[in-house]
Design a protein around this ligand. Structure first.
Ligand code: SAH
Ligand code: SF4
Ligand code: F3S
Length: 450
């Protein structure tokens, strides 16, 4: 393509970048911030990696397959293009952090290797990479956030990382090793970033953290939510992901008191059997988890709940697994994500006895997903007849349609002439599908003009 530069040509400055995000919402946030950094350097975003001079692969290490995606992408990107050029390849994110040295050996085509806590140095690393491969997988004590430029978002709903890292060390999980110890950003910085977002038209902010409810940046999470709720123009607040152990009374009270805090909580339990939870080092039992949910439902009766589940953790028997099925029924989750246990080298569970055979994991995952699908459809059906707002976030498939979210994070298609992205539209929920709800705008229904 015209204007593309070869990585090996030191006389040209790369002009276009593409960031590809894998994994969790925090990676989505990080990808956006790396985009902000490169834009501040005068580069522009390309929609496709094929049109980019710099391609950042922001990787995830959570399950085995996630890392394999990095290597297959590198394989594709290193092939010379029609004009003989190839892009500068950046391996970022949690695989870069965990396997930086291995990437360097296995994928010589990678020009920059940068961890999730060091990506504020991306422009310098790109500069260095003109001479030789640049690697930064340090976990610096000075937070990267101070070094990032102002945000450029334009969406109706935006993420805001408030806490990063994890001290919980669940025996199956790599996150404490890839994201380091729990750290919280100062509340004053977050309020400033949030005000900036709202000034750019953001209506909803989702506070992010690997253990977001362990936030302690001068305020606790409930305190931060109350301060954010005072920002004019901010309509909705959400937060994710929470750990059951940190679900304290103050945060539960905030669900009763703060109107802008949406009635939805992602609170992963991982398994229904207390015996397995203990082996996972989850620091909660089935009973303590259900007790927290009962308190939450007392505070906010319409709260919708979601969770994460792992099937086939080492030693999981059929009886243990059935307790996972019964907890899904008992909680009546609105949504849930479920995964087969994936061995992560270096974590305690990797060397535990009684690893569950792959075919048993497959079969359990199917059974679990069937139950989850039934429960989420039942949840969507239970909301038929409710009147609520939908925040319009993106265009729908058909002309005149917009897609947004209800307070309970259901996808809702809205057809309302004159409505635009960023609007909060009042609707009645009139139908339920497995992954979305059908709505009628109140103004249409009552025959008033939009
Ligand atoms: N901090 C969050 C979740 C982080 S990872 C929490 O504590 O809940 C997101 C999800 O990936 C986890 O909730 C878990 O369900 C899943 N996961 C993590 N490690 C995994 C592994 N080794 N195999 C399969 N799933 C895993
Ligand atoms: Fe991983 Fe557990 Fe930490 Fe969540 S709480 S990030 S599952 S170690
Ligand atoms: Fe994956 Fe790292 Fe997030 S391992 S889930 S990208 S914290």
């Amino acid at each position: 393509m015209a204007g593309a530069v070869s990585t090996n040509d030191p006389t040209q400055t790369p002009k276009r970048f593409h960031v590809k995000s894998f994994g969790c919402q925090m990676n989505v946030y990080d990808s956006e911030r790396m985009g902000d950094l490169l834009s501040a350097e005068g580069m522009t975003a390309a929609d496709s990696p094929d049109d980019a001079d710099v391609v950042v692969l922001n990787t995830c290490h959570i399950r085995e397959k996630a890392a394999e995606k990095l290597y297959s992408d590198i394989g594709r990107l290193r092939q010379p293009r029609a004009d003989g050029s190839r892009p500068t390849i950046v391996a970022a994110g949690c695989v870069a952090q965990a396997e930086g040295a291995e990437i360097a050996v296995r994928a010589p085509a990678v020009d920059v290797i940068v961890g999730p806590l060091a990506y504020h140095r991306l422009p310098q690393l790109l500069e260095q990479a003109r001479q030789q491969r640049a690697i930064d997988i340090d976990m610096p004590p000075v937070p990267k956030f101070d070094a990032l430029p102002a945000r450029k978002v334009t969406q109706a709903s935006a993420f805001l990382t408030v806490q990063e890292g994890c001290d919980k060390f669940c025996t199956f999980c790599v996150v404490p090793y890839t994201r380091g110890p729990e750290t919280s950003r100062p509340a004053a910085d977050l309020l400033r970033e949030a005000e900036g977002l709202v000034a750019r038209g953001v209506k909803e902010i989702t506070l992010l953290g690997q253990n977001v409810n362990a936030y302690h940046g001068g305020l606790n999470l409930a305190g931060l939510i109350r301060e954010l709720a005072a920002i004019d123009g901010l309509a909705r607040i959400r937060y994710t992901t929470s750990h059951p152990r940190d679900m304290d009374d103050d945060l539960i009270r905030a669900h009763a008191e703060v109107d802008k805090l949406m009635p939805y909580l992602h609170l992963p339990v991982q398994a229904g059997s207390s015996r397995i939870l203990k082996a996972m080092n989850r620091a909660h039992t089935r009973e303590s988890y259900l007790a927290s949910l009962a308190q939450l439902r007392a505070a906010r009766p319409d709260i919708a709940l979601s969770g994460d589940f792992i099937v086939g953790f080492p030693g999981e028997t059929e009886a243990d697994f059935e307790e996972t099925l019964t907890i899904v029924r008992e909680v009546r989750y609105a949504a849930a994500f479920s995964f087969k246990y994936s061995v992560r080298p270096g974590t305690p569970a990797a060397t535990m006895a009684d690893q569950v055979p792959e075919d048993v994991k497959d079969e359990r995952l199917q059974r679990l997903q069937a139950v989850i699908a039934e429960e989420s459809l039942a949840f969507n059906r239970s909301t038929i007849g409710r009147r609520c707002t939908v925040l319009l976030e993106r265009p729908g498939r058909k002309p005149g349609q917009l897609i947004g979210k209800t307070p309970w994070l259901q996808s809702a298609i809205v057809s309302l002439p004159g409505a635009k992205i960023g609007d909060l539209v009042e609707v009645d929920i009139v139908g339920a599908m497995p992954n979305s709800v059908e709505t009628v705008p109140v103004s249409t229904r009552e025959g008033t003009a939009a």
